[in-house]
Design a protein around this ligand. Structure first.
Ligand code: ADP
Ligand code: ASP
Ligand code: MG
Length: 443
């Protein structure tokens, strides 16, 4: 079995949904199709929740009505048969009546509201498949996708529940399900965080031991640098799980930060493909040859750097343990860490407990906090044979102040911390120095 996941743009309008159906229906083998919400819908649902939080229910209803109208346009373009058009319109009317009813209880229904985008896209896709004369089975992610008390996927549970459903419903070739949404440990509707449909696809792939996980999006695979900020990026044919995991975690938006791990644990290749250029081979993520040097660059924003300076006890036994315990207490993950004789600097991306964390750290020394920082992550092969790579990287950034450097934690990651205002410049300089110049030399 294979898993095919389509993102928001891929199901963003009638024309695109038709492309998705063509891709799905070209596969003879049995498959699970994971869909995101229609692009823009989750953002609107977030905005509806924000309005409810500000007690602006009428505005929330107005936004809900506006969103409903966009689905009328989509249905107009998608359904040629009156029967299926009516079916889709009735479904949309019921879904939006339900959504409006959810606005009655202030912010109480936040997660249920957020879940509606994927519920709507999957239902519409199934109705469209029926219009095409293609049988498919819609399975609700809420019946098998679950997270534990820490918000982490409950793999055993997912595996048991999903395989039970698939055994009970074994006579189908195409299963359709929602990305992103799940149930939590107290059986409430929850989600896998923004962009989480990639994670759903990978978790499903791991649960059913799929032969391949395909992530279909709006670009021809993983690029060597962030195409939103850098010109002349190019797609990479193949990349290792480790490299892809680093890039996803450190900001390559094409993949949800955690989405590579379930596939990697089960050695399931992940193929990144472009819905709008299906003949392009895309990028395959698998156990493959390591690159030589830098394979790709990504950047993660909203990073906070914390420096703890202590003249007395920094390198004393137990000092770092004391510091880490503060972060553990507030369940805040540390991304980068560097030390010197008199100070330790580290970064976090979750500011929820920043005030409490800094207060507690002050017991151990002077604490300085820098906000609006970005981590630039270079993924590739930095083993000993790659002599001179760090020199080239530093040379590219000679005009940019670097706040932290982390190198040697693994063979395939090098991270640099810069202020966010310098990020785009840094990405472009690295692209020029590490890829464009190199290509010119090779010609
Ligand atoms: P989807 O809605 O299909 O999940 P996303 O918008 O989440 O799509 O991810 C695809 C986008 O990721 C691309 O359009 C591109 O702008 C962005 N992106 C950022 N970094 C990279 C990268 N290294 N390679 C490819 N795309 C990237
Ligand atoms: N619809 C969700 C979002 O916009 C999940 C996803 O698209 O992956 O974040
Ligand atoms: Mg995405």
């Amino acid at each position: 079995m294979i898993v095919l996941k389509f993102g928001g743009t891929s199901v963003g309008n009638a024309t695109n949904i038709k492309k998705v159906a063509n891709i799905v229906n070209a596969y003879q083998e049995s498959k699970i199709v994971v869909l995101s919400a229609v692009s823009g819908t989750t953002n609107s649902l977030v905005n509806i929740n924000n309005l409810l939080a500000e007690h602006k229910k009428e505005e929330a209803i107005l936004l809900t009505n506006e969103l409903e109208l966009t689905y009328h346009t989509l249905i107009d373009g998608l359904f040629s048969s009156e029967y299926y058009q009516l079916k889709a319109l009735t479904f949309i009317r019921n879904s939006f009546d339900y959504l409006r009813s959810l606005t009655n209880n202030g912010v109480e229904n936040e997660k249920i509201i957020l879940a509606q985008g994927e519920i709507i896209s999957t239902n519409l896709f199934q109705i469209y498949q029926a219009q095409l004369g293609n049988e498919s089975k819609l399975i609700s992610a809420l019946d098998f996708m679950s997270i534990d008390e820490h918000g982490e996927p409950d793999m055993k549970n997912i595996q048991n529940k999903l395989n039970t459903i698939l055994n009970q419903e074994s006579n189908h070739n195409t299963y359709i399900t929602q990305g992103y949404i799940c149930k939590n440990n107290v059986e409430e509707i929850d989600n896998l965080k923004r962009g989480g449909s990639d994670y759903t696809a990978s978790l499903i792939g791991a649960a059913i031991k799929a032969s391949e996980i395909q992530i279909w999006t709006d670009i021809d695979g993983m690029h060597n640098n962030d195409p939103r900020f850098v010109e002349n990026t190019f797609s990479i044919d193949e990349i290792t799980f480790d490299e892809a995991a680093e890039l996803a975690y450190f900001g390559a938006k094409i993949l949800h930060p955690q989405s590579i791990i379930p596939a990697q644990k089960n050695n399931i290749p992940v193929l990144l493909k472009n819905t709008f250029n299906p003949n392009d081979k895309g990028t395959i993520i698998k156990n493959c040859e390591n690159s030589k040097g830098v394979r790709a660059i990504a950047a993660k924003d909203n990073i906070i750097a914390i420096k703890i300076k202590s003249y007395r006890m920094l390198m004393a036994y137990g000092f770092l343990k004391n510091i880490f315990e503060v972060f553990e207490k507030y369940q805040t993950a540390i991304d980068m860490i560097t030390t010197s004789e008199i100070a330790v600097s580290l970064t976090i991306d979750d500011a929820t407990y920043l005030k409490k964390i800094t207060e507690e750290l002050q017991v151990f020394g002077n604490v300085e906090v820098d906000k609006q920082m970005s981590i630039i992550c270079l993924a590739g092969n930095f083993s000993q044979s790659g002599k001179g790579i760090s020199a080239s990287v530093i040379n590219c950034l000679k005009d940019i102040p670097i706040r932290m450097i982390s190198y040697g934690g693994s063979n395939y990651n090098m991270s640099l911390l810069v202020i966010t205002d310098d990020k785009v410049n840094a990405l472009n300089l690295l692209n020029e120095g590490l890829f464009v110049q190199k290509q010119l030399q090779e010609v």
